[in-house]
Design a protein around this ligand. Structure first.
Ligand code: FUB
Length: 392
């Protein structure tokens, strides 16, 4: 609660986590069951935007000889323990539901890059749609969010803004889709940002570093990527099992990648085109599963003459391709853009993405997560988008 007094938004988040309503369904039965919980279902419910309420439902069964005062004591003890633990007595991630989409509602967020870091928490590094928007021009002030149960999300607050980037364009804004990785004790936060007024021709990939995953980031320089930076956005880093890191980025139909040096701030080789992608637009994300490399990205799909990008994937036996196109795994989400990441957490794969359901506007987006499933041959199943429905 330390930040609570000084930051209104953090305050809301604190309340999000601390409002726990306990419902106890009390059964006195003849059944041959002891006073053992028969399941503990956690729901992250949303009454109205900005307030997420956890409701723990617990059913008690008692043997018919249990005395009234014993029953009361057991229930009271459970109630107190539940309230203080924030409903932490959940069975497991797979048995429980996760926070209803969009799972962040205190600010508008887009382009979620999800990472599991050494402290065991899952962190999400999205970009921030500033309200009111002007296209995507005013985007600024990255926040970081984390969870350890996919239900309760913590907003760690702002970690970087355009005015802290010394080489950035004077007018600010344009802090677009970032990524963050951990290597040798340091967190490297990569963010696309233009260096000039002519923003789409002056993109660079800035780096901020910290010893912590969600605070104390200090803007350093940018990656030397050559002069051909028109439309080149959305940095993504993939670290292979042998520790070798790869850098990818792209936009305007072009996706390139290269090995990174161990210092994580310089390319170790030339940027090479990622071959085999179909209708690539932007939003590169590379991950590995069962020895196969996956590259996910947004396409240029339109519907009724309007942008309605989808998320696609391609597979390769090498992190540098060539790639074999796999198909679409996320249908349009209401926005013209689409942008996502894929990560495994506590044995379950997840697809992160953004939609427009809170605002009804494609440039006031909100980040979402749903379970991701693979077929036996490694292909990806279509994501079922859950949560609030379009608000138009
Ligand atoms: O959020 C700004 C830009 O829109 C991102 O960099 C793109 O991927 C698209 O989502």
């Amino acid at each position: 609660m330390r930040n609570c007094r000084s930051k209104k938004i953090d305050c809301k988040n604190q309340y999000n986590r601390s409002i726990n309503v306990l419902l106890i369904l009390y059964y006195s039965t003849e059944r041959n069951l002891y006073s053992i919980p028969q399941g503990n279902i956690s729901y992250a419910l949303v009454g109205k935007p900005n307030y997420q309420t956890n409701i723990c439902m617990q059913t008690f069964y008692f043997k018919n000889f249990t005395t009234h005062s014993l029953k009361t004591t057991i229930i009271l003890a459970f109630a107190i323990a539940t309230i203080f633990s924030g409903c932490k007595a959940r069975k497991s991630l797979t048995a429980s539901r996760f926070a209803q989409n969009p799972f962040i509602r205190n600010i508008y967020t887009a382009d979620p890059s999800a990472r599991v870091f050494p402290d065991g928490r899952l962190y999400v590094y999205p970009s921030h749609d500033v309200d009111p928007p002007r296209g995507c021009d005013l985007m600024d002030k990255y926040h970081v969010f984390s969870t350890d149960d996919m239900i309760n999300w913590k907003d760690h607050g702002e970690i970087l803004r355009a005015s802290q980037v010394s080489w950035g364009r004077e007018e600010g804004g344009f802090m677009w889709a970032p990524d963050c990785v951990y290597k040798n004790g340091t967190y490297y936060f990569y963010f696309p940002h233009p260096s000039g007024t002519d923003w789409n021709k002056t993109w660079k990939v800035g780096i901020a570093t910290s010893k912590k995953p969600a605070s104390d980031f200090v803007a350093q320089g940018y990656l030397e990527l050559g002069n051909d930076s028109k439309s080149m956005i959305d940095p993504n880093i993939f670290i292979d099992d042998d520790g070798q890191a790869y850098f990818y980025y792209g936009g305007g139909g072009r996706c390139v990648g290269a090995k990174l040096k161990d210092n994580m701030t310089e390319l170790a080789g030339p940027l090479t085109a990622m071959e085999g992608l179909k209708d690539f637009h932007e939003a590169t994300w590379v991950f590995k599963r069962n020895g196969l490399y996956y590259l996910t990205y947004a396409d240029n799909h339109t519907e009724n003459g309007k942008g309605a990008n989808r998320l696609n994937y391609a597979i390769s036996k090498s992190p540098m391709g060539p790639w074999i196109y796999g198909g679409v795994y996320l249908d349009p989400t209401g926005c013209d853009t689409s942008h996502g990441s894929v990560v495994e957490y506590k044995g379950q794969w997840y697809a992160f993405y953004h939609n427009d359901v809170l605002s009804g506007r494609g440039n006031l987006r909100s980040i979402c997560v749903d379970k991701l499933y693979f077929n036996a041959d490694g292909s990806i199943q279509m994501v079922v988008q859950t949560g609030l429905k379009a608000n138009k």
